[in-house]
Design a protein around this ligand. Structure first.
Ligand SMILES: NC(=O)c1ccc[n+]([C@@H]2O[C@H](COP(=O)([O-])OP(=O)(O)OC[C@H]3O[C@@H](n4cnc5c(N)ncnc54)[C@H](O)[C@@H]3O)[C@@H](O)[C@H]2O)c1
Length: 297
């Protein structure tokens, strides 16, 4: 999508990744509506970005994504202010697990679903909308399993965000609604969400292993996702690695394993196709393919 003159809303964009995403969109010529539950830093970000990109380019609306009326107000106030319809909606607001698993789930997945439902209704071409783009800030935590007992809710929520993206981001659904859905999955970034009192060893080891990225670095990948990638795409962003789309092969993999399980059962009487047997099966398949190719060429 060419973002020039498009209108974007970003939740939780007073600081951190959301604010950096706003800067990239503004640099690309978009109009941006910042929003956050924290109005103090929100107003500060607003005046900073107005000075940099012009008063008419950026606006701020207070919104707590936990409140349905705030979500409605955000969307309506944004459209009224800019006098045009929203083209891009970024579900970015998020917290870490430290305030408890229920609040983490409420903000990091339930509110994302609530905003998505609302935005899909507004943008759906079958309901009079003009289509658009929803970009979810997931995380590498939405791809990989969790690190510890304390933080599992964050991982569960972010896995939900990736699944939501892939489920609503099919080409069929996009043709019907005109709405693309994508997500970005960065590893650790230098933002407030990383501030965890008494971090456990697993967290510290992972941070050391993956390194910490700047929000600006992640935002450059975000811009590539928005402008160059397709619906359903989940983009992984790692330090010092060009961003890449993480394709989901779970359906194909299930098909391969079910064929292997049937074969192992019918030929060897195996009644449980364990990971070790699966490796053996794949090794045999690889050898067979190798010999067939040798015979052919
Ligand atoms: N920083 C990382 O390492 C990292 C990695 C992967 C994904 N993410 C995700 O990026 C997103 C942005 O986080 P960040 O890293 O910029 O952290 P951050 O803490 O700097 O920004 C999060 C923003 O969300 C706002 N927010 C929190 N609760 C809200 C609510 N109920 N309603 C509206 N706004 C609310 C906060 O006020 C804050 O401005 C989050 O979804 C986070 O899970 C962060």
């Amino acid at each position: 999508m060419d973002v020039k003159n498009k209108l974007a809303i970003i939740t939780g964009s007073s600081q951190g990744l959301g604010k950096a995403f706003a800067v990239e969109l503004l640099k690309g010529g978009a109009f941006v509506c910042l929003s956050d539950v924290n109005t103090q830093i929100g107003e500060k970000a607003l005046s900073e970005l107005k000075e940099r990109f012009g008063d008419d380019k950026v606006h701020f609306v207070e919104c707590n994504v936990l409140k349905t009326e705030d979500i409605n107000k955000l969307y309506e106030e944004c459209e009224n202010h800019f006098d045009k319809s929203v083209d891009i909606f970024c579900n970015n607001a998020g917290i870490n697990h430290t305030k408890g698993w229920r609040l983490c789930m409420d903000i990091d997945i339930m509110a994302v679903m609530e905003c998505t439902e609302y935005v899909l209704d507004k943008m759906d071409m079958r309901k009079g909308g003009k289509g658009g783009l929803i970009v979810n800030t997931a995380s590498l935590a939405g791809i990989c399993p969790g690190l510890s007992r304390e933080s599992y809710s964050y991982y569960v929520a972010k896995h939900g965000v990736v699944t939501l993206t892939r489920t609503l981001g099919t080409v069929t659904m996009m043709r019907e609604t005109g709405v693309k859905v994508q997500c970005i999955c960065p590893s650790f970034d230098d933002t407030d969400i990383m501030k965890v009192d008494n971090p456990n060893k697993e967290f510290e080891v992972a941070v050391k292993k993956f390194g910490v990225m700047t929000p600006e670095y992640v935002a450059q990948a975000f811009f590539k996702l928005v402008t160059r990638c397709g619906t359903g795409d989940a983009m992984i962003v790692l330090k010092d690695v060009p961003p890449f789309i993480y394709t989901d092969y779970s359906r194909e993999w299930t098909f391969v394993l079910s064929a292997g399980s049937k074969l192992a059962h019918s030929v060897f009487g195996v009644d449980l196709f364990t990971p070790k047997l699966q490796m053996l099966f794949l090794f045999v398949v690889f050898i067979v393919i190798h010999f067939v190719l040798c015979l052919l060429f």
